[in-house]
Design a protein around this ligand. Structure first.
Ligand code: NDP
Ligand code: ZN
Length: 368
C-alpha cells in the first residue's frame, strides 16, 4: 500500500514529504492508518545522527495512534475500525529469556528488538520507518489497546515518554511516601511527575529554568528545584530515593549524585552519549546505585496506558500539522519549547498536495 510521510534524507537535511510502499498485513499482522504521532527528542537525535547509527532515509515517529484498516489471518486481538497504539518497538525474537520475561526491549535474540524506525538491527541492516507517516503494518504482539477512557490524542506520548519513566519506577520499586526526583522537565520529565504522584511518591522536579517553576507546580510537582541555583541544590542534598534523569545531552552527573539518599538509585534515561568524568566516591560512600533504563516491555506499556486512563494522567500536548515538524525540531534542539510534548494530527497531511497530488519524494520501501 502507498504511504506518505515526513522523512530526512541525510544528517544535515530537514524533514520533507516522502512517499513509499508499505506492506499489507501477512498472517498475524495489523495494518492501520496513523491518526496521531507524538514527537520525541529521540526523533531529533536520530534525524541528526547524534547516536551515529542513523540509516537514511529516516522516517521517525514512535508514539503512534492509528485506526485499523485491515488484519492478517489469525489476528485475534484487534478488529477493523478499532483504535490501536504502537510505541518504540515492532518486533523481537519472542523466544529469549528477556522476551519471556516481558522485556522485549532487551531482546537477546540475534536481531535484538526491532525499533519502530531506524530499526537497523535487521539482519541485512535494512531500515524501518515510523509513525510520521499515513499508514503502518505491525505484528499484533507489538500493538497496544488504547483505553476507551483515554482521549487518543494523549495515548502516543504515554507509549514512549510515559513508559520510559514508569518502567524504572516499577523496576526500582518506588514506594508510597518515597521521594522521586525528576531531572529535565520536557516530554519524559513532565510525564514522570504525574505518574510519580499517582504511585504515591513525593515528587521533586529539577529544571534549569526558573520561568518554568509555576508550570511545573501545576503539573503536580510537590517541589521544584532550579538546578542552576546552588542554594536550592544544596538544600536538596541527600533527599531523593529514586531519580529519573532525562537530560538529553552529555552532562556532569556529579551534582545529581549529591542529591541521592544513601541506597538511592539514580536512573539515566536521557543521555546515551557520554558523561563527563566524575568521582565514584559519592557512589561508594553513600551506597548510591547508578542505573540506566530503556523504554519498557509491551505488557508494562499496556499497564501504563491503562494506569494513565484510570488516574486521568494526561501529557500536556500541543497538536501540530506535520509541516510544522522542522520548527518543532528547532525548538527541541535549543530546548526553547514552551510545550511539553507535540503531537502530529495526521488529518491535515492527508488532505495536503503532498498526498493528494503525490508531491512527495519517492523513497525505497522500508522492510517493515
Ligand atoms: P525534551 O527535549 O522534551 O526534554 C528534555 C528536557 O531536558 C528539557 O525540557 C530540559 O528541561 C532538559 N534539557 C534539555 N537540554 C538540556 C541541556 N543541554 N542541559 C541540561 N538539561 C537539558 O526531551 P524528551 O523528554 O523527549 O527526551 C529526553 C531524552 O530521553 C532524549 O535524549 C531522548 O532521546 C531520551 N529518551 C530515552 C528513552 C529511553 O528508553 N531511555 C526513551 C525516550 C526518550 P529543563 O528545561 O526543565 O531543564
Ligand atoms: Zn521516544
Amino acid at each position: 500500500m502507498q504511504a506518505f510521510g515526513y522523512g530526512s534524507l541525510g544528517e544535515d537535511k530537514k524533514l520533507e514529504p516522502v512517499m513509499f510502499d508499505r506492506k499489507t498485513p501477512d498472517k498475524g499482522e495489523v495494518a492501520f492508518d496513523v491518526v496521531y504521532c507524538g514527537v520525541c527528542h529521540s526523533d531529533l537525535h536520530q534525524v541528526r545522527n547524534d547516536w551515529g547509527n542513523t540509516i537514511y532515509p529516516c522516517v521517525p515517529g514512535h508514539e503512534i495512534v492509528g485506526k485499523v484498516t485491515s488484519i492478517g489471518e489469525g489476528v485475534s486481538k484487534f478488529k477493523v475500525g478499532e483504535l490501536v497504539g504502537v510505541g518504540c518497538m515492532i518486533d523481537s525474537c519472542q523466544e529469549c529469556s528477556a522476551c519471556n520475561d516481558n522485556l522485549e526491549q532487551y531482546c537477546q535474540g540475534p536481531k535484538s528488538c526491532t525499533l519502530t524506525y531506524n530499526g537497523t538491527k535487521n539482519p541485512d541492516g535494512s531500515n524501518t520507518y515510523g509513525g510520521y507517516s499515513t499508514a503502518m503494518c505491525v505484528r499484533e504482539e507489538f500493538i497496544l489497546r488504547v483505553p476507551e477512557k483515554l482521549d487518543p490524542k494523549f495515548a502516543g506520548p504515554i507509549m514512549c515518554a510515559g513508559i520510559t519513566v514508569y518502567s524504572p519506577m516499577r523496576h526500582f520499586n518506588l514506594q508510597k511516601g518515597q521521594t522521586l526526583g525528576v531531572v529535565g522537565i520536557g516530554g519524559l520529565g513532565h510525564m514522570a511527575i504525574g505518574i510519580g504522584k499517582a504511585l504515591g511518591a513525593k515528587v521533586v522536579a529539577f529544571t534549569r529554568h526558573d520561568d518554568k517553576v509555576a508550570q511545573i507546580r501545576d503539573l503536580g510537582a510537590d517541589e521544584v528545584v532550579v538546578s542552576s541555583d546552588d542554594e536550592q541544590m544544596q538544600a536538596a542534598m541527600q533527599s531523593i530515593d529514586l531519580m529519573v534523569n532525562t537530560i538529553p545531552v552529555a552532562h556532569d552527573i556529579a551534582p545529581y549524585l549529591t542529591l541521592m539518599k544513601p541506597n538511592g538509585t539514580l536512573v539515566v534515561v536521557g543521555n546515551m552519549i557520554e558523561f563527563k568524568a566524575f568521582s565514584p566516591g559519592p557512589l561508594v560512600f553513600n551506597g548510591i546505585n547508578l542505573a540506566g533504563s530503556l523504554i519498557g516491555g509491551i505488557q508494562q506499556t499496556q499497564e501504563i496506558l491503562d494506569l494513565c486512563a484510570e488516574h486521568d494522567i494526561k501529557p500536556s500536548v500541543k497538536m501540530i500539522g506535520i509541516d510544522e515538524l522542522n520548527d518543532v525540531f528547532e525548538e527541541l534542539s535549543n530546548a526553547s519549547q514552551s510545550d511539553f510534548r507535540h503531537v502530529i494530527d495526521m488529518q491535515s497531511f492527508v488532505k495536503s498536495d503532498a498526498v493528494t497530488n503525490e508531491q512527495a519524494k519517492a523513497i525505497e520501501a522500508p522492510i517493515a
